[in-house]
Write a protein that binds this ligand. Structure first.
Ligand code: FAD
Length: 327
């Protein structure tokens, strides 16, 4: 009988055995980068409710994490598992940092890669992959979150141009972005627009006092007669299929990421249980030295964004029963 592998408390299910050497090399690179450059600072960023987005993006771009699962245009073209492992490692550090990776790579870059013109791809993707340009993704509005199809932001033709008007809410990296992928109602249906954020009429204000995802920039965007050239529109999609395809892409990384947050909590608890002293010093005094509460607060957002867990339950219910219970 084959000898059972030694039990590893850090990998109780033996997942490592399912990975090939390249998967492990990528996983280890991201893990090491996070341990050296991000984890030492993240509790402070969370505490202060701020994130040096450009610095972090350049670092993650430097190790090839941003848009890593996309092909060409400076992107690494890795497998889905490798992308998932990277998300896991980044979220083991903090969900806010993983949300930067998801919004950049799976929402903004993916939208441009899948639905954009060749010009959009060449202009934005190489700089975004390197972390030199930051992207954001505007779907949610103040009055339309779970029901984005009812969005009010609209784009109208004005000669050859488009005029964009409206608001978006809860937009990750909105105030620091160089480019925004914005979904808006047009005559023919919902369209996506590639909007350089220095265009006149575009403004962004940060949302402060979050209790969750504090190491992440979240903003409200306003478009006041933002004039865009005809070719600002994503040419290859009309309707909700566009934004929903991008959300599906991002959720894949989020699933892996939440396992990373769970692993970080588990490792902290394991370490704590092995090292605590009951009598020499009161353990209550050390509670906030540990990342578990930070991860717990962050995971509330993970249950909310890209469609709340309730909406996903209803979507699965519709698939099972054929009955639409959310309208
Ligand atoms: C930190 C953070 C970052 C985000 N980043 C982005 C981003 O970068 N880009 C972007 O576009 N959006 C972003 N979002 C927005 C996010 O996708 C929305 O918050 C989410 O879709 C929920 O919308 P809402 O907040 O308007 O809640 P609502 O839609 O008002 O829902 C409130 C509650 O009612 C429940 N509910 C709603 N409708 C039904 C129904 N029919 N049946 C049963 N229950 C229902 C919901 O499940 C929820 O519990 C972000 C959100 C957060 C918190």
């Amino acid at each position: 009988m084959a000898k059972a592998p030694a039990f590893d408390p850090a990998d109780p299910l033996g997942i490592d055995d399912l990975l090939d050497p390249e998967d492990k090399a990528i996983r280890d690179t991201v893990r090491r980068y996070c341990a050296d450059h991000l984890t030492p600072h993240v509790a402070q960023w969370f505490e202060r409710g701020e994130l040096p987005v450009r610095e972090v993006a350049r670092g993650l771009g430097g190790i090839g994490v941003l848009g890593m699962h996309l092909e060409g245009y400076g992107c690494a073209g890795t497998s889905a598992v490798q992308y998932g492992l990277a998300c896991l490692e980044v979220e083991a550090c903090d969900s806010g940092l993983r949300s930067l990776v998801s919004v950049q790579g799976s929402l903004a870059m993916f939208a441009i890669h899948r639905f954009g013109s060749e010009e959009h791809r060449r202009t934005w993707l190489p700089r975004m992959a390197a972390g030199d340009a930051i992207g954001c993704y505007g779907l949610t509005e103040p009055d339309h979150g779970s029901d984005p199809a009812s969005m009010r932001t609209h784009a109208e033709r004005d000669g050859d141009d488009w005029l964009l008007n409206g608001r978006k809410m809860w937009i990750t990296n909105g105030s620091v972005a160089d480019v925004a992928v914005i979904w808006a109602q047009a005559e023919e249906g919902i369209r996506g627009f590639v909007v350089p954020t220095d265009t006149a009429g575009f403004s962004a204000v940060d949302i402060k006092h979050k209790m969750s995802l504090r190491a992440s920039v979240t903003s409200e965007l306003t478009f006041d007669d933002v004039r865009l050239p005809a070719d600002a529109v994503l040419p290859d999609v009309v309707g909700m299929r566009g934004p929903l395809t991008c959300l599906g892409e991002a959720r894949y990384g989020i699933v892996w990421g939440s396992v990373g947050a769970a692993r970080a909590c588990f490792e902290a608890a394991l370490d704590y249980a092995g090292s605590r002293e009951q009598f020499g010093r009161p353990i209550a005094g050390f509670q906030l030295e540990y990342p578990v509460i930070r991860h717990m607060n962050n995971l509330e957002s993970v249950l909310t964004y890209e469609g709340t867990s309730e909406m996903h339950t209803l979507v699965i219910g519709k698939a099972l029963t054929g009955l639409d219970a959310f309208r």
